[in-house]
Design a protein around this ligand. Structure first.
Ligand code: FUB
Length: 457
């Protein structure tokens, strides 16, 4: 074959395999909106992922972030979207930019530390919201910022108080770390909403602490007696870590966790252990239409080396291949629980909460590791609404064009907020499968909305 032919052949191969590649993809983990600055916590056996939200109409040279979003998983492959738990408008002092944040749990309360431009004092500030539920609603716990720009004087720029990360040590002492261009830390009082004593600045250029330098986004945690801080370095960023035997330092630079890759200037890290595995969260620009201000959160599984060091990782499209749990299809499952989707988006309202919308012919949702057991399923029901013609949900197994086990007709219901629970028979379906809900119907209108589903024996 000549060069031209080989190139054409390769292109053909790529095109043929593109759908298959997407079907295997797990990264970015949220496809229904742009997400950034991942902050995972584990509470009651569920992993809650708090993220920033890049609006899709963000300009190519600046952030547009008005609220924070919450997703959860019990298996690391299917993610459920929840109602918007916190907006910048919940802070009277915020100018309206939802910069990076972290939520943690203490004594029956969830404390969500955020960073945003301060309306009342020039510069970025750290604030804190609280709630007695991981789902919120969260309220500004102070009615003013916790750390304002006048409290930190080590940087000449006004956005040095970005990216709070909070860590509670085994003795109950809580520490706040944050910064851009300087890494600050301070103790927090037991109330979690006031700073205790001095604010200390770590020199961002100190090679012994930060190797190639500290830009922003510290994430601090403890593992086997050692304190780890992962952070972003350079701009565009790569991700690195430093360790200490004490939460107050001295810190020792250890190496790179994720080298410069992808097209987003920032990558903001977060690390957590869940159900016996270690997971590394970050963001990049991998969703279609993505760029430095339309980012999307990804996750990689990793294992610490025997000496406690973190291996260097690459960004992948595959993400988490093996789930840590199966999904029970005989329980009501929200339609916004998905491993992957194409075409659709999500919305929320007071009555219904979050639901799937903007469904068009050929769009689909994939749900992984669905366990139908030995007895199997023979019925399928779903709550749907439609102002136009409605459409159908094809229920397929293991592939977008895999075995068709049932087709549900989603009827015209009069209005988008008239919901109807409809049912169809399915061919007896047993064992564990990935389930694809493939939407079909007459364009040009959006076909129907989809709130939840359930299989029956
Ligand atoms: O999301 C806005 C900013 O981008 C964050 O505060 C930084 O960490 C970077 O990810």
């Amino acid at each position: 074959m000549n060069k031209k032919r080989i190139t054409r052949f390769c292109l053909l191969l790529i095109l043929i395999n593109l759908p298959l590649f997407n079907l295997k993809a797990q990264n970015p983990i949220i496809q229904t909106m742009y997400t950034a600055d991942p902050a995972p916590i584990v509470y009651n056996d569920t992993l809650f992922l708090y993220v920033g939200h890049d609006e899709k109409d963000a300009p190519p040279n600046g952030y547009l972030m008005r609220d924070y979003q919450l997703f959860s998983t019990i298996d690391m492959v299917n993610w459920t979207a929840h109602k918007t738990p916190l907006r910048t408008s919940d802070f009277i002092w915020s100018v309206g930019d939802a910069s990076a944040a972290q939520c943690i749990y203490r004594n029956g309360q969830f404390y969500w530390y955020i960073s945003s431009m301060n309306k009342f004092f020039p510069g970025v500030a750290v604030g804190v919201a609280s709630s007695d539920s991981p789902y919120g609603p969260f309220k500004d716990a102070l009615g003013k910022a916790l750390v304002t720009n006048d409290m930190t004087s080590h940087a000449k720029h006004a956005w040095d108080d970005l990216d709070p990360s909070v860590f509670i040590d085994d003795d109950g002492q809580a520490y706040l770390y944050w910064g851009n261009g300087v890494c600050y830390w301070a103790k927090l009082n037991n109330d979690m909403i006031s700073v205790d004593g001095e604010i200390t600045a770590l020199d961002a250029k100190d090679k012994s602490i930060f190797g190639p330098g500290f830009t922003e986004a510290p994430w601090v945690y403890k593992r086997q007696g050692l304190y780890y801080m992962i952070y972003a370095s350079g701009f565009p960023e790569s991700l690195h870590y430093t360790v200490s035997k004490n939460p107050t330092g001295p810190w020792e630079y250890k190496g790179c966790v994720m080298p410069l890759e992808g097209g987003s200037n920032t990558n903001h890290p977060g690390i957590i252990d869940y159900k016996g595995n270690s997971y590394f969260f970050y963001h990049n620009d991998a969703l279609p239409g993505g760029h430095s201000y339309c980012r999307s959160v990804c996750v990689e599984q990793f294992s610490y080396n025997e000496d406690g060091s973190i291996p260097e990782m690459k960004m992948t499209k595959e993400g988490i291949m093996k789930g840590v749990n199966k999904l029970n299809p005989f329980k009501r499952t929200e339609a916004e629980t998905m491993a992957w989707s194409e075409g659709i988006s999500i919305e929320e309202n007071e009555k219904i909460g979050v639901y799937v919308t903007s469904i068009h012919n050929g769009d689909y949702i994939k749900v992984r590791n669905v366990d139908f057991g030995n007895k199997g399923a023979s019925r399928f029901s779903a709550s749907v609404s439609s102002r136009y013609h409605g459409g159908t949900i094809e229920i397929r197994l293991d592939n977008i064009d895999g075995q068709l086990v049932g087709t549900l007709h989603a009827p015209y219901t009069g209005e988008w907020d008239n919901w109807s629970l409809v049912e169809t028979a399915v061919k007896n379906t047993k064992d564990v499968h990935d389930v694809y809900f493939v939407f079909k119907g007459k364009e040009p209108h959006s076909l129907f909305n989809f709130d939840y589903w359930m299989f029956g024996e």
